[in-house]
Each structure stands twice: as C-alpha cells, then as structure tokens.
Ligand binder design. Structure first.
Ligand code: ADP
Length: 169
C-alpha cells in the first residue's frame, strides 16, 4: 500500500485529522448515514453554519469548521445518486473526490479522511466507487504535496475488503 494512503474501518467522526469529508446532500442541512453522524458529533452549530452556504451542487465541495469534532474542518461534498450508471454518475463521483482534495489543499490540510461517498443511501455500486476513489486520490497525490496523507474510512466490512484488495493491487 502507498505510504500516503491509509485504510481503516470505523467511525469517521472520531478521527484526529485536519479535515473529515462529509457525504452530504445538496441542502447541506443534514441527513442520515455519515452525514447524520457528523452533524451529531459537530453539534447543532453546524447546521447554522451550513444554512449560510446556500447548498452545494453534486460533485462540488464546501468547507466548514469541525466545531466539536476532533477534525479542524469538515469538507462537505454531494455525491451522485446511482440511477443505473448512464447519468454521469462515475464522472460526478470522481469530481467529488477531486473537489475535496482541492479544498483540502487550499486549507492546508495535511491529513484528511474520506468516507465511501455515495455507497450508502445513494446506492452507488461499491466496487466501482472504490475504484474511482482510489484512482482520483492517487492521481491527485502524484502532483500535489498537500494533503500529505489520505485515509479511507470504511464503515462496513464489504467496503473495507474492496478497498484493501484494490489498494494492494
Ligand atoms: P450517501 O448518501 O452518499 O450514500 P451514506 O451516509 O448513506 O451517504 O453512506 C456513505 C457511506 O458512509 C456508506 O458506506 C456508509 O456505510 C458510511 N458511513 C455511515 N456512517 C458512517 C460513519 N459514522 N463513519 C464513516 N462512514 C460511515
């Protein structure tokens, strides 16, 4: 496995990193899954800050403070809903990873952590999503010094096993 890419299984809200990525919805006002967990961990101030951001487009990213989380920042991105694969889903997911990595660089984040964007409520096929996440991250790290490390945080065993296999190939 590359030195700058890490893999863990667990809850992303507990991580001591500079920025945690949130798989949000376009309202940025909170939801289920990892989004709900991040809002609970950051505290009620997060939705107040998010309200001022005016939402977020699919494939783009917006930054807030981490508030009560150990992470300094939360980078909110909106993944595509899987609708069969003929609606630009893969390109939109790739754009999420690129946008978050760009924001991490702009905010000088040395260590960041990604959840498996779109693979929960949005039903993106997990293996395809993992391949896109790893490809985009590797490409970005090749041409950028910051972030120095990227941790993929898998909540479920299936995603963890997929990432492990792909990162070792
Ligand atoms: P989406 O709407 O983008 O599919 P979800 O939150 O439903 O977002 O799921 C994205 C991924 O986040 C899923 O793989 C899910 O298992 C995972 N997840 C849920 N809770 C957490 C958490 N606390 N930490 C890390 N990952 C989580």
């Amino acid at each position: 496995m590359e030195e700058r890419i890490r893999l863990i299984q667990g809850d992303i809200t507990a991580l001591q990193v500079d920025a945690v990525i949130n798989a949000a919805n376009s309202s940025l006002l909170g939801g289920g899954g990892v989004d709900g967990a991040i809002h609970r961990a950051a505290g009620p101030g997060l939705v107040e800050i998010c309200r001022l951001l005016g939402g977020c487009e699919v494939g783009e990213a917006k930054v807030t403070p981490g508030l009560h989380m150990p992470a300094k920042y939360i980078i909110h991105t909106v993944g595509p809903v899987w609708k069969g694969g003929q609606n630009g889903e893969s390109e939109k997911l790739a754009s999420c990873y690129r946008s978050c990595l760009e924001q991490a660089k702009l905010h000088d984040c040395t260590a960041i952590a990604f959840p498996n964007i779109s693979t929960g409520i949005y039903h993106f096929p997990k293996e395809l999503a993992a391949g896109i996440a790893i490809r985009e991250t590797r490409a970005f790290l090749k041409t950028n010094k910051i972030p120095a490390t990227v941790t993929f945080v898998c909540y479920d065993q299936e995603n963890y096993d997929l990432y492990k296999a792909l990162l070792n190939s």
